[in-house]
Design a protein around this ligand. Sequence first.
Ligand code: HEM
Length: 416
Amino acid sequence: MTDAPDGTLFAQVRDPAHRADPYPLYARLRAHPVARQDDGTVVASGYAAIRALLYDPRVSSEDLPPAEHPATGNPVKDWIVNPLKDRITDRHRPFIFRDPPDHGILRRQVMAQFTVARVRGMKRRTEALVAECLERCAQSRTLDLVDDLAYPLPVTVICELLGVPREDEERFHAWATQLATALEPESRNDEELRARNVETFDAIAAYMRDLIREKRRRPADDMLSGLATARDPQAGRMSDPDLIATAILLLIAGHETTVNLITNGMLTLLRHPDELARLRADPERAPRVIEELLRYEPPVHFRTRRALAPIPVARTVIPEGAPLVLLFAAGNRDPARFPHPDRFDPDREDNQHFGFGGALHYCVGAPLARIEAEAALTALAARLRAPRLAEDPPPYRDGSSLRGPKRLRLTIDGIA
Ligand code: HEM
């Protein structure tokens, strides 16, 4: 396989200095759609290569022991290994980190609970929650969109969907915020952060164990009751460790991702005032706007995998054992797939982006995420009077995979 001319490009992507605008780095990476970096990681940044790898059964989502560097034979500095590996053992491995056949069995059981009626029911609820958030800011002339709206919304929604009692929601907010850091490669070298995440994981697992017991005793019309009592024709009833891992996964996977879609979304609309005005005039445009946001400023920039065998792709061969990065956000801007990829254009046709990943691990929460983003962005477009960005670019959170503003301060003339 050919080395990229600059094997440090992905290290630069992970450097917070490039967080506000990583796209020029992605364009340089795409010159070699699949390229080995100096640390042995292989980065796929071209659309066609990412797609091929998503569908390739030799690509694994499970955590495997560190690979050896193909050239030196030394262990690859393994930032891909899961930071909660002390806790996420085989008994507790959520299905996002599993391969077939276990992955499919667990995923099918979760999908069965994401019924159309349940997701639709969340639409009106989400709209009401957004309205409540805006009411609280009614007298303000400045807003922080992260704290005032985007952050509280997804945790409340997922708690209600799962059936977490309202009085416990506060604790979930704190847990979700803490555990979101575990999804970041950067957290893996930080022992203190790891210890805090393990502690949080234990607290939430203990809480879930009790809640599941309660749901089995007195099932209600919520997802956790459904998961705890349903019987899969093939696998039977889900085990407690799988149930706990699944509930925690749903909480984490749907939290910061949705926050970032709302904040990246409003930031992009404020940078494209014509599009904001069009959305205000015609809320029916929201689905198009949101699909284009998922391509243009996706909340999840990359996901990691491992090659189980040598894999020929994009005129090169990925070595067996290599840690792999699927750089979705670079694929989303590949000019070979999307005309004028750096243009934000909600009217674009054939917009098959990687915003929710693809293939086996395609996001199970996509319909819910779309509903939440639609409720938030249409309400913001309709109700904020003369919104302006107080800082551009805003400060970003450290994460390079889950990428989004730490705060998004707006100045407004009022709320309608
Ligand atoms: C998987 C993005 C919201 C639950 C994924 C993946 C992406 C993604 C890119 C693929 C991961 C991979 O290939 O390794 C997003 C974005 C969201 C969002 C951008 C919001 C805007 C949600 C919500 C939930 C959720 C609200 C749940 C309530 C999951 C789960 C998986 C997943 C369980 C794992 C699926 C599997 O491994 O089969 N998501 N997600 N996500 N997402 Fe989401």
